[in-house]
Design a protein around this ligand. Structure first.
Ligand code: AMP
Ligand code: GLY
Length: 429
C-alpha cells in the first residue's frame, strides 16, 4: 500500500516509523515532514492545506491510505473535501469529518455532547460576548479555583486555570471582549475545577467499533516539578500505574462506550483516533477534553508499545472492520523525553546544529522541529525539536536508559525536563 501522512511533528514521525515497519508498506509520504521523516519516507514539497494539489498528488501517486496527524485540517474539513470527490472516495482515510472534529474544535460542542450522553465531565456553562454580564455573575457566585476556556482551537493556550475570581474575570474579558484568541474566543466555557491526576486514553474507531490503545501520561509544563508555563508536552510515559484494570473498566463503561454510541446515535460519521484527556478524581474518570487525533508526545510512547501491523489496523478502521480486532500491547514501559529549544515555549532561535545523534543506539529518536542544514547537518527548526523514546522492563529501567541516551545529544540552548516519570515512580512505591 502507498501511504500518505499529513503533519510535521514528532507524532507524524512516530506514525511514519511504525507504518514503515509494515510489510504492506510500499511508498510512504509525509507532508510536509521533517528531517527525521526524510530518512524513512518521501517528503514531497507540497502544501497539504492546498487540497486540490493534495488531491492531484494522491491520484497521480496512487495513494491508498491517508492519515491526518494534527487537528487543524480535520476541523477545517479535509475529510469532507475527500468525501465530496468521487475519485478520492476509494482512498482509505483516517480522521473524522468537520462535524466529528467539533469534539476538539469546540469545547462547547464537546460539553453539550457529553451532557446529552451522560458522560462524566466537569460542570460547565457557556457564554457569548452578549452574555458577558452573566459570565461575570457566574464567576462571582461560583467557587475557586475555576477554569476558563476559549471555545475554539487555541494551540493549547486557550485554557486558563484561575485561582481567584479576579483572574477569572480578567480571563473572560481577554477572551470575550479583547478577542485574545480571535474567533476561538467567540464563546467562553466556564468550568468547575477537577482535582486529581491526569491520564490520556487513545482509541481508534471505525464509527461503530473501537480498539483501545495503551494509556499515557503527559508532562505539560516546561519546568521540573510541573513549574513554569504550559507547552505542547515535554515528555510522556506509558503505561500509567494508576490506570489499572478497574479504572480502565470505568473508562470503558462510562466514557468510551457512551462516546461511540453517542456518535452513532447522532449520525456523526467518525473514522479515526479519539484522544480522551481524563482526570482521575479519587478513582473515578472524568473527561477534561476530547481530541480527534493522537497526542504528541504521547504517540512516541503509545505507538512503540503496539505490536500489530499498523497498516492492517488503520485499514481495518478505514474499512469499518474493527469488530473483534485485538490490539497486541507489549508489557514493557516506554518513556519519551522531549528536547526543546532554549526559550521555548516563549521565543527561541532556530537553525542550531544538532550534535551527537549518531551516538544514540538503544533508544528511538523521533524528530519534531528539525530540518536539514548545509552539508546535510540536522538543524533545529521549532520549539520542540526531538523526542527520545526508551523502553524497559519497568519504569525505572526505561527512565535510566532514556536519560543516559539523551546525554549524547546536544545543541546550543537545548533544554529538557529531568523529572519525567518521577511522580509515577513515587506512586509505585
Ligand atoms: P485542555 O486544553 O482542555 O486539555 O486543558 C489543558 C489543561 O488544563 C489540562 O490538561 C488540565 O491540566 C487543565 N484542565 C482543563 N480543564 C480542567 C478542569 N476542569 N479541572 C482541572 N484542570 C483542568
Ligand atoms: N500532548 C498533548 C496533546 O497532544 O494534545
Amino acid at each position: 500500500m502507498n501511504v500518505l501522512i499529513i503533519g510535521s511533528g514528532g507524532r507524524e514521525h512516530t506514525l511514519a516509523w511504525k507504518i514503515r515497519q509494515s510489510p504492506q508498506c510500499e511508498r510512504l509520504y509525509v507532508l510536509p515532514g521533517n528531517a527525521g521523516t526524510t530518512s524513512i519516507a518521501e517528503n514531497p514539497g507540497l502544501d497539504p492545506s492546498d487540497y486540490d494539489q493534495l488531491r492531484d498528488f494522491i491520484l497521480r501517486n496512487k495513494v491508498d491510505l491517508v492519515v491526518v496527524g494534527p487537528e487543524a485540517p480535520l476541523v477545517d474539513g479535509i475529510r469532507d473535501y475527500f468525501n465530496s470527490d468521487a475519485r478520492l472516495r476509494r482512498v482509505l482515510f483516517i480522521g473524522p469529518g468537520r462535524e466529528g472534529a467539533m469534539l476538539e474544535g469546540s469545547k462547547d460542542f464537546a460539553k453539550q455532547f457529553m451532557n446529552r450522553h451522560r458522560i462524566p465531565t466537569a460542570a460547565s456553562a457557556t457564554f457569548t460576548p452578549a452574555q458577558y454580564n452573566d459570565a461575570i455573575q457566574r464567576i462571582q457566585q461560583g467557587s475557586t479555583p475555576v477554569v476558563v476556556k476559549a471555545d475554539g482551537l487555541a494551540a493549547g493556550k486557550g485554557v486558563i486555570i484561575c485561582e481567584t475570581r479576579e483572574e477569572a474575570e480578567k480571563a473572560i474579558i481577554d477572551i470575550l471582549l479583547k478577542n485574545q484568541f480571535g474567533e476561538a474566543g467567540n464563546k467562553v466555557v466556564i468550568e468547575e475545577f477537577l482535582e486529581g491526576i491526569e491520564v490520556s486514553v487513545f482509541l481508534l474507531t471505525d464509527g461503530r467499533n473501537y480498539v483501545v490503545f495503551p494509556e499515557a501520561k503527559d508532562y505539560k509544563r516546561i519546568g521540573d516539578n510541573d513549574t513554569g508555563p504550559n507547552t505542547g508536552g515535554m515528555g510522556s510515559v506509558s503505561p500509567v500505574i494508576f490506570a489499572d484494570p478497574s479504572f480502565m473498566k470505568k473508562v470503558e463503561e462510562r466514557i468510551i462506550k457512551p462516546t461511540i454510541e453517542g456518535l452513532k446515535e447522532e449520525k456523526i460519521d467518525f473514522t479515526g483516533f479519539i484522544f480522551l484527556g481524563l482526570m482521575n478524581v479519587s478513582g473515578d474518570p472524568y473527561v477534561i477534553e476530547y481530541n480527534v487525533r493522537m497526542g504528541d508526545p504521547e504517540s512516541q510512547v503509545v505507538i512503540p508499545r503496539i505490536n500489530n501491523d499498523f497498516i492492517d489496523l488503520l485499514a481495518a478502521a478505514a474499512k469499518g472492520r474493527l469488530e473483534g480486532y485485538k490490539v497486541d500491547v507489549t508489557g514493557k514501559t516506554a518513556v519519551t523525553v522531549v528536547l526543546a529549544s532554549g526559550g521555548y515555549p516563549g521565543s527561541y532561535e532556530k537553525g542550531k546544529v544538532i550534535l551527537g545523534l549518531d551516538k544514540v543506539k538503544k533508544t528511538i529518536v523521533f524528530h519534531a522541529g528539525t530540518g536539514t542544514g548545509q552539508d546535510d547537518s540536522i538543524i533545529t527548526r521549532g520549539g520542540r525539536v526531538l523526542a527520545v523514546t526508551g523502553m524497559g522492563e519497568n519504569l525505572k529501567e526505561a527512565l535510566e536508559l532514556t536519560y543516559s541516551e539523551v546525554k549524547n545529544i546536544h545543541w546550543e540552548g537545548m533544554q529538557y525536563r529531568k523529572d519525567i516519570g518521577r511522580d509515577l515512580l513515587e506512586l509505585e512505591k
